[in-house]
Design a binder for this molecule. Structure first.
Ligand code: MTE
Ligand code: MO
Length: 529
């Protein structure tokens, strides 16, 4: 930031841009404590991010998931901050020349954030407050900074309108704005932690009742313990996470309620967590997977779930499946953050272990995986069955209502497709000739896995050894000993499900109802020396 030696009447551009960015920082920081009080999801960047997530066209969304994977949310936040910084710099430039215009841009951004927050599902008028406060703070800070930047240095007030910065005064003001807004931001963070403390304590204090129907122990041979294979049961820490929530909803178990209502519901229900836990609980091992998983991709995990059989609850509410004359064929689950997922009523009531899960691997659900209650239905992709942070179940028809992802081009019906994956060796691994353990997992939930075969360089299919089956609702590990010869090789795998159907080789993308095709891994085998 250098005063123009030529003595122009205007502050330099860099100074204006800096004013804008400092003002934007003040706006975001001041919004924090307000969001902490109102709702964490209502903070300006989160609200704008959520709208961006909803509006992102399907191809861009898939590209982002493919490129960034589970880091897609962090990338989105950085992107929003980058755009904000650019606009802020522009507003600052404008403000040191024409103060009202620049300040209007800053305030306008606050309004944009407020509009984004108001447009969220289940948004209320208070959701606008964080962005409004932030916009006011940014506009105010920018007004002060721009005025200081325009004010000439008193000692050598140049005649003829030449501009020179009052460095001291301006520097103090910048430091002051940064200090005040940082304090506000930090206070907001602490308030936020305090706000979710009740939910955290309610989870820590939750004692899950023992299951009335426990799952049998996992068979000894289910885990083949081949290096490079994921463990048979996936810990919560290693479990993939796929959702649209930019802030993980944290609900106090004490205030949670579930409403069951809609078409053909003779006796609508409203249950608290205590009432749910008082019912007989069952424990069941279920592999969950995501429709956006590419062939060979990582979005599958296997857990021991504890929950209430959903069919019992529905029957108690008087619901009949379509095959028994019920009017509703779709069960729409709604989450606390407004996500909707539609599941076939027939599937949920056909006798499989469709659960309202409260426990995962012996613990209450982690917040990221749906605390306090989520749905899990063996055999269906997550987006049509596995609603996290569940709060409402509504009976309707597929003809009458499209859930969130269906409106975005995904299929209404999405049973899991038979998949198999090579976990080891890794793609492009450098191997030595001789015995190599080729191993992975295969899944076809609710049909089970009967056979897995491997082939090398398009040769004959060779049968792999399977890990012990833990029911039909979980994945199965497999291993095949390969006598590797020197040279480049391509490994391929295919599975046969419990009905005898062989996994298709036809390649298709994830949209609209799950990818198909064989997982291939290329490796390089080289002799020593
Ligand atoms: N509330 C809510 N529930 C949700 C989602 C979501 O975005 N919001 N995503 C669904 C999808 S697409 C999948 S694959 C599973 C993933 O569950 P996980 O994150 O516990 O692995 O949750 C499902 N439930
Ligand atoms: Mo998913």
């Amino acid at each position: 930031m250098r005063a123009d030696p030529g003595g122009s009447a205007r502050p330099p551009r860099a100074l204006g841009a800096a004013c804008g960015i400092v003002a934007a920082f003040a706006g975001l920081a001041v919004a924090e404590p307000v969001a902490a009080v109102v709702r964490p999801e209502a903070s300006p960047v989160t609200a704008v991010g959520a709208v961006a997530v909803d509006l992102t066209p399907q191809p861009v969304r898939e590209w982002a998931i493919a490129v960034f994977g589970t880091a897609d949310k962090a990338v989105l936040t950085v992107g929003i901050l980058a755009v904000l910084a650019a606009v802020a710099a522009g507003a600052g430039l404008l403000a040191v020349r024409r103060p009202p215009a620049g300040i209007a841009v800053a305030g306008g951004f606050g309004l944009l954030g407020a509009a984004a927050a108001l447009g969220r599902p289940q948004g209320s008028w208070q959701d606008a407050l964080p962005s409004l406060a932030g916009g006011l703070a940014a506009a105010g800070a920018l007004a002060l900074l721009a005025a200081a930047a325009r004010r000439p240095r008193p000692a050598r007030a140049p005649a003829g309108g030449a501009w020179a910065l009052n460095r001291r005064g301006f520097g103090r003001l910048v430091l002051g704005v940064l200090a005040v807004s940082s304090a506000a931001g930090l206070a907001g963070r602490r308030l936020g932690a305090h706000g979710s403390a009740g939910a955290t304590a309610s989870r820590a204090g939750l004692v899950l009742p023992p299951p009335a129907v426990p799952a049998p122990p996992v068979p000894a041979g289910a885990d083949l313990r081949v290096p490079g294979l994921p463990s048979f049961l996936t810990s919560a820490r290693d479990f993939y996470r796929v959702d649209t929530a930019l802030v993980v909803p944290r609900t106090d178990a004490g205030s949670w309620r579930l409403r069951i209502h809609g078409e053909g519901v003779a006796r609508p229900l409203s249950l608290g967590l205590g009432e749910l836990l008082a019912r007989p609980l069952v424990q069941h091992d279920i592999t969950l997977c995501c429709v956006s998983n590419e062939v060979g991709g990582p979005y599958a995990g296997n857990a021991r779930w504890l929950g209430v059989p959903l069919a019992d609850l529905l029957r108690e509410a008087g619901v009949r499946p379509p095959s028994r004359g019920g009017p509703a064929d779709q069960l729409v689950a709604r989450s606390i953050d407004g996500m909707t997922l539609g599941t076939p009523v027939e599937t949920v009531m056909d006798g499989r272990a469709a659960l309202l899960a409260v426990g995962m691997n012996g613990e209450p659900l982690p917040f990221a995986h749906g605390f306090p209650v989520r749905m899990v239905v063996p055999g269906l992709y997550g987006y049509v069955s596995a609603c996290k942070w569940l709060t409402e179940l509504r009976l309707t028809t597929f003809a009458a209502y499209d859930a969130y992802w269906v409106r975005r081009g995904w299929a209404r019906q999405a049973p899991v497709k038979t998949q198999s994956r090579i976990d080891t060796p890794r793609p492009y691994a450098a191997l030595r000739p001789g015995r190599v353990a080729v191993a992975g997992v295969a899944w076809a939930q609710h049909r089970g896995i009967r056979r897995v075969e491997v082939r090398v360089d398009g040769g004959p299919w060779q049968q792999a050894r399977l890990g012990a089956a833990d029911g039909v609702d979980t994945w199965r590990q497999w291993v095949w000993p390969w006598e590797a010869s020197a040279g480049p090789h391509m490994l391929e795998v295919r599975a046969t499900d419990g009905t005898g159907a062989v996994q298709t080789e036809v390649r298709s993308g994830t949209v609209p109802d799950g990818a198909t095709g064989l997982h291939r891994v290329r490796v390089q085998v080289r002799a020593l020396g």
